[in-house]
Design a protein around this ligand. Structure first.
Ligand SMILES: Cc1ncc(COP(=O)(O)O)c(C=O)c1O
Length: 459
């Protein structure tokens, strides 16, 4: 019988939630249903998704940042189509791969910071950071790693050891070793730890994704200087911030900092297939892969796979040809300006922060008595509920998809595709304005969303 994907999808359309619940992650299925994030999406294009009722959703989440070039980009699709016609000799393993070699060349010659001339390909952000930690150990022969509070580098065991988000570490602390946390932005503490002379690497997101925290301007330049002085490698985790997300090609570029190792993933393959990459200097390579019999001392089966590399080559072209880094800077500044106008208008907004199209809106306890009552009540039930009370009407009434910054947070995060345009920005701001106006009326329907969610969760 021929394989008919379209027929299969048509026959099973609508079963997404039950399949998730039965075979993959029942708890996640319950959460999605409870908060009303269980639409049946049938199509995605650019910064938009459509559900089975024909509703157009504005995607301000972009698959946690993988769809920088937008969903279903025609150039990436065409590249995949062309590739499939080739019957290419993929993953020979004891042989060589042309397409991955070309992607490595393009990354090094046209994108990487100076000196990062070697590429290790893997399949995810966590795998990239995990490998970078290994490389740093091999290079320095040291065993301690520094990381920042609230920093997120993945959820494998090694990356959990350098994860500054307590909620992910809880229950695993006994098996995590080698990591020391420092406050993000605290160069004094960084220096104190580095001066002990036992730190292999300081791993840092130039802008912290979980909460969108931008460091003080002198932090990363100072970290660069201190790492060099103490023989520690600086690993810039640009898994989320890389390729234009923050309005520069890499977030490190905001401070003219060149790390020793850079980790990449997310947007590199246009959202089509898993990919991760470690960019690092030959002197580190020479210490890790130090002899013929150690040429595979770090490897993974799907490394250098054709399809990811094809998507990578096409995606990098799109980022350059469509000026997406510049668009991210321009639209990010526009969105922040308009959000700051809303911040002046609505007392519940405490801060708008970010760079490029990586933005957080933080809410805080209001001054007026009635609103304060609502704020205290909802936080008394659960720390996550306030933001959900904003996100639920955004998706239900305005079909806008966004997320809470992180667990227990009063901030929501905007991470739209870098093809985000003026009309998208207008649509978001108008909808957000309406939701904010409603949330500033207490008691009112938006505040009831919180108690409805709490009751549903209890049930
Ligand atoms: C900065 C950063 N590093 C690493 C990771 C882990 O990537 P992955 O989920 O692909 O393992 C993430 C994921 O969100 C991230 O934001």
């Amino acid at each position: 019988m021929p394989f008919d994907l379209r027929e299969m999808i048509d026959r099973h359309q609508g079963q997404q939630l039950s399949l998730l619940s039965e075979y993959i992650n029942p708890q996640m299925a319950k959460v999605l249903k409870t908060i009303g994030f269980d639409a049946v999406y049938v199509r995605g294009k650019g910064a938009h998704l459509w559900d089975d009722q024909g509703n157009d959703y504005l995607d301000m989440l972009s698959g946690f940042g993988v769809f920088a070039v937008g969903r279903s980009h025609p150039k990436v699709k065409e590249a995949i189509r062309q590739y499939l016609e080739l019957d290419s000799p993929n993953l020979v393993k004891m042989g060589t791969q042309l397409i991955a070699g070309l992607l490595a060349q393009k990354l090094v010659d046209e994108f990487a910071p100076p000196g990062l001339d070697t590429v290790f390909f893997c399949n995810s952000g966590a795998e990239a950071v995990d490998g970078a930690l290994k490389f740093a150990h091999a290079f320095t022969q040291r065993c301690r790693f520094l990381y920042c509070d609230r920093g997120f580098h993945g959820l494998t065991l090694a990356t959990l050891a350098v994860n500054g988000c307590k909620e992910f570490r809880a229950d695993y602390e006994n098996v995590l070793s080698g990591g020391t946390e420092i406050p993000f932005g605290d160069a004094v503490r960084l220096e104190a730890e580095l001066s002990r002379g036992d730190v292999a690497a300081f791993v840092v997101e130039p802008i912290i994704g979980h909460g969108v925290f931008v460091p003080p301007d002198d932090f990363l330049p100072r970290a660069r200087e201190l790492c060099t002085r103490h023989g520690t490698l600086l690993i810039a985790d640009e898994v989320q911030t890389g390729f234009g997300r923050t309005g520069k090609l890499f977030a490190c570029d905001h401070w003219n900092v060149v790390p020793d190792i850079m980790t990449l993933s997310k947007s590199l393959s246009g959202g089509y297939c898993p990919i991760g990459a470690i960019l690092y200097p030959r002197k580190v390579y020479d210490k890790v892969f130090c002899s013929l019999d150690r040429c595979m001392v770090h490897s993974t089966t799907f490394s250098q796979n054709d399809l990811a590399a094809v998507c990578g080559l096409a995606t990098l072209d799109v980022i350059r040809e469509e000026g997406l880094v510049e668009n991210s800077a321009r639209m990010g500044a526009h969105l922040m300006d308009r959000l700051r106008v809303l911040a002046d208008k609505y007392e519940l907004i405490r801060e708008v922060r970010g760079l490029g199209l990586m933005i957080a809106i933080e809410f805080g306890q209001p001054r007026s008595l009635t609103l304060k009552t609502g704020w205290k009540m909802i936080h008394g039930i659960n720390q996550d509920l306030f933001c959900q009370s904003i996100l639920v009407p955004l998706i239900m009434d305005h079909h806008i998809l966004a997320q809470v910054c992180c667990h227990g947070s009063d901030s929501i995060k905007l991470l739209p595709p870098l093809v985000f345009d003026q009309a998208d920005a207008d649509r978001f701001i108008e909808a957000f304005d309406q939701v904010l106006a409603a949330v500033h009326r207490f008691p009112g329907p938006i505040w009831e969303v919180g108690s409805r969610l709490a009751k549903a969760a209890l049930r």
